[in-house]
Write a protein that binds this ligand. Structure first.
Ligand code: ZN
Ligand code: ZN
Length: 326
């Protein structure tokens, strides 16, 4: 099979011809149709996350078909959990101490074939096209989990308006929330995109939204946004950090946390998140905006994501049919 392989952190991925992976009794072999490119992939490739499997096939937003049955499945970030630790036993498998993650500590979907533990694969409907669906598998799931932690917040701030926020914005509007989008200062193109998707206001992260926020989700991996979001958030509100990695959060005065404001992170996902989001996304319906790249141009997709050149989500269209509506 063709695959894009990380041999060492901070090196570009190499296009390789590999033997197809062998599936164990618990796993199924999947022919990959499309694989979303996530900011977490960038953190893995750039060596910002510890101890990846090496060499590694990245990718954890896979839409494909089970080779044996033809069933359509999604492969998310969570690849395996132990079922025995205190987190697994209390419905928090996202925090499992022995968890394995696809495209990080297991091989993922930047390849023509991938294996997945059948218990952690999500069944998917035949529609929409694979490239459209792929961003739901992480950007959607993590965003949805972050949105859940916002409770019944009516005024929602989204800091960083990329793959995840453009999905969350649509779900939040569907739930009747008011959305305020904060982008890199001066990024008027992304601000216009946010307004198109239902944000009532969009501006730079150096600005204060026109109304107080009940909750904010920080998607951008930029620590200075945490105190900025706290300052924009009303008493009792929450600031949810949705990324796996972030630059250092600067010191801030206690008064911006005072008033029962909270700061919390979101880590990984549980299978329940997928069971809730995937039908909800079909019902809304969430329409993703994607830029497609062929598999062999994965490095270009990562570079474009790193430099903020993507509107919506980047996706590797692995098979020719990935972009075709079936
Ligand atoms: Zn566990
Ligand atoms: Zn991800």
């Amino acid at each position: 099979m063709r695959a894009m392989v990380l041999n060492a952190p901070s090196e570009p991925l190499l296009e390789r011809e590999l033997d197809g992976p062998e599936s164990t009794a618990d796993e199924v072999l999947v022919r990959v149709e499309a694989c979303g490119v996530c900011r977490t992939d960038l953190h893995v490739v750039d060596g910002e996350l510890p101890d990846p499997k090496l060499p590694l096939v990245p990718g954890h937003q896979v839409v494909g078909r089970v080779v044996e049955t033809g069933e359509r499945v999604g492969i998310p970030w969570l690849g395996w959990t132990c079922g025995e630790c205190r987190y697994c036993r209390s419905g928090r498998e996202n925090l499992c101490v022995r968890a394995l993650f696809n495209g990080y500590t297991r091989d993922g979907g930047y390849a023509e074939l991938a294996t997945v533990d059948r218990r952690y694969a999500f069944p998917l409907a035949a529609e929409p096209a694979a490239a459209q669906l792929a961003p739901l598998l992480c950007a959607g799931l993590i965003g949805y989990r972050a949105l859940r932690f916002c409770g019944d917040a009516e005024r929602l701030g989204l800091y960083g308006f990329g793959s995840s926020a453009h999905i969350v914005c649509q779900v939040a509007r569907n739930q009747g929330r008011r959305v305020f989008a904060l982008t890199s200062p001066g990024d008027s193109e992304t601000q216009a995109f946010a307004r198109e998707l239902g944000a009532e206001w969009a501006g730079g992260s150096d600005e204060r939204p026109p109304d107080e926020l009940d909750a904010a989700i920080v998607f951008a991996p930029v620590g200075t946004l945490v105190p900025a979001a706290l300052r924009a958030t009303a008493p009792g509100g929450v600031v949810v950090c949705a990324g796996i990695h972030m630059s250092e959060i600067p010191a801030f005065p206690y008064e911006i946390l005072w008033g029962e404001r909270q700061v919390r992170s979101v880590a990984n996902l549980t299978r329940r998140d997928g069971e809730e989001l995937l039908p909800l996304a079909a019902e809304v319906p969430v329409r993703t905006t994607v830029t497609e790249y062929p598999l062999e141009r994965a490095n270009e997709a990562l570079d474009d994501l790193r430099s903020g050149r993507i509107t919506g989500a980047a996706v590797l269209a692995v098979t020719d049919g990935a972009h075709r509506r079936e």
